[in-house]
Write a protein that binds this ligand. Structure first.
Ligand code: SAH
Length: 457
């Protein structure tokens, strides 16, 4: 039987795709089905077909999988922020562990016994882990003010009541902003016409300090009656910084460059472990601080520092890992492409009294080779934490030339991780330990930290 668009098929889900979607076969033809859970027997509607595989939509669950759970959030399916809330957390962890393992075997060409995988570190409580919310403001289909997420491909906003992966306080804050907008007739931004004022509400919370930041992203630079909003928001415990961000562009980039302070100094503080960070609305900061600590402590453990080492931290961002390492190393050098992140890194080094950390702006694959050729720089340990596309080959070549004892690889994409580990494995390094960490429960993402060591012969 040939599978065609709009066919209704019955299918048993027997595998999980890269993003957590269900995979099943009908007469040997593979279908990818979002929201279907491995073990489900379902009815699905074929939406799109290609030569060897197609995509279908879950219509009806005939026999639920043993791994299927009632999602905590009734909007989990239309929202799209979480992809696998209907899968039990235990099974989510197995899925992520397997994803890393299979990529290392299939893409990296490693043997299972050679990669020394440790069981994934999950969260004891996989809810309310996000310290940041960025919520669009608009109107629902009845014209009422709404904060939540866009409904399908429309400009209508579906009102979200409480997001269970975010802070409990978010809803109180969002309601206060909505109430203020209603009372003073402040219009939300309307994408289609580029009219209206309030585009997004950004909320950040220091989980250790309890400090809260609220920033309204506006299509304008004046907020009428802003003192009334400040007064209302200050009723929320922990409120430390209230500001406006100006974004008058026709763009889906959320934040503009200009910040106007309404209350406080324009930043909050938080800690990861013993290291203190200053966070402004524009700063990059990890969104799951609890698991970030777990991940970076692993990276520090794998670096195995005794106190006299020189360490390079490549793709260092605001220096989160660099400063973790600076607690134990003699010297740390960080390299990062975004200048504002390096400003934050320097500020945070000072804030913590570290005078052994130095930061460079630039592409890791340019800064490191150049410094090596010109100054013959040296490293005992090199840490990399690249974006999804992984490390540039020029950079890996320089790492091989510098020949550090250990390379610690922190990765948010196990496919490019596998590729890069293979490259280093073919050039004098061996994989010692692989540790997946679940930073984003209910989504398909998984972080991994790997220790490689130089093979001396
Ligand atoms: N460890 C960092 C986060 C790393 S995320 C922290 O905790 O803050 C990856 C970082 O790599 C981002 O900050 C991104 O801006 C940076 N980046 C992307 N391409 C780069 C390149 N070619 N060279 C250096 N940094 C790069």
């Amino acid at each position: 039987m040939e599978i065609k668009k709009n066919d209704i098929v019955v299918v048993t889900i027997d595998d999980i795709g890269m993003d957590g979607e269900g995979i099943g076969k009908v007469d040997g033809y593979t279908l990818f089905i979002k929201d279907a859970i491995i073990g489900d027997k379902i009815e699905a509607k074929v939406m799109k077909t290609k030569k060897n595989y197609g995509y279908a939509r879950l219509m009806n669950i005939i026999e639920p999988s043993a791994y299927r759970v009632e999602p905590k959030c009734s909007l989990a399916r239309p929202c799209g922020g979480c992809q696998i809330q209907s899968m039990s957390y235990e099974r989510q962890l197995v899925f992520k562990q397997d994803k890393v393992k299979n990529n290392l075997i299939r893409i990296g060409g490693f043997l299972e016994e050679d990669i020394h995988m440790h069981p994934i570190i999950g969260m004891d409580n996989p809810w309310r882990y996000r310290n940041k919310a960025q919520v669009p403001v608009g109107r629902d289909k009845d014209g009422n003010l709404a904060t939540g997420f866009y409904a399908g491909r429309t400009h209508d906003i579906i009102n979200q009541k409480d997001c269970y992966i975010g802070s409990k306080k978010n809803q109180i804050i969002l309601n206060k902003v909505k109430e203020f907008m209603d009372i003073y007739g402040i219009p939300p931004y309307y994408e289609a016409t580029h009219m209206g004022l309030i585009r997004h509400i950004l909320i950040r919370e220091g989980f250790v300090t309890g400090e809260i930041m609220v920033c309204l992203i506006m299509n304008g630079d004046k907020l009428p009656e802003s003192d009334k909003l400040v007064k209302s928001l200050l009723e929320v415990e922990g409120m430390t910084s209230i500001s406006l961000n100006v974004n008058k562009e026709k763009t889906n980039v959320i934040l503009g460059k200009e910040i106007i302070n309404l209350y406080g100094e324009g930043y909050i503080y938080d800690y990861i472990g013993n290291v203190k960070y200053q966070i402004s609305p524009l700063s990059f900061y990890q969104v799951n601080p609890v698991q970030t600590k777990v991940l970076y402590e692993k990276a520090l453990e794998y670096a195995d520092l005794k106190g006299d080492e020189t360490v390079w931290d490549l793709y260092c961002g605001i220096g989160t890992i660099s400063l973790f390492l600076a607690q134990k190393a003699k010297r740390v050098y960080g390299v990062e492409i975004v200048p504002a992140a390096i400003e934050d890194a320097k500020k945070n080094a000072k804030l913590n009294g570290f005078d052994n950390a130095r930061f460079y702006v630039g592409k890791a694959e340019e800064v490191l080779p150049e410094a090596y050729e010109k100054e013959k720089i040296y490293a005992d340990v090199i840490v990399v934490d690249p974006p999804r596309k992984g490390c540039d080959e020029t950079l890996l070549d320089t790492i091989v030339k510098m020949s550090p004892k250990r390379v610690v690889y922190v990765s948010c994409d196990s496919a490019t991780l596998a590729r890069d580990l293979r490259y280093l494995s073919d050039r004098g390094y061996q994989v010692e330990k692989v540790q997946p960490v679940d930073m984003f429960p209910h989504t398909g993402h998984v972080e991994t930290v790997v220790l490689m060591s130089r093979v001396d012969n």
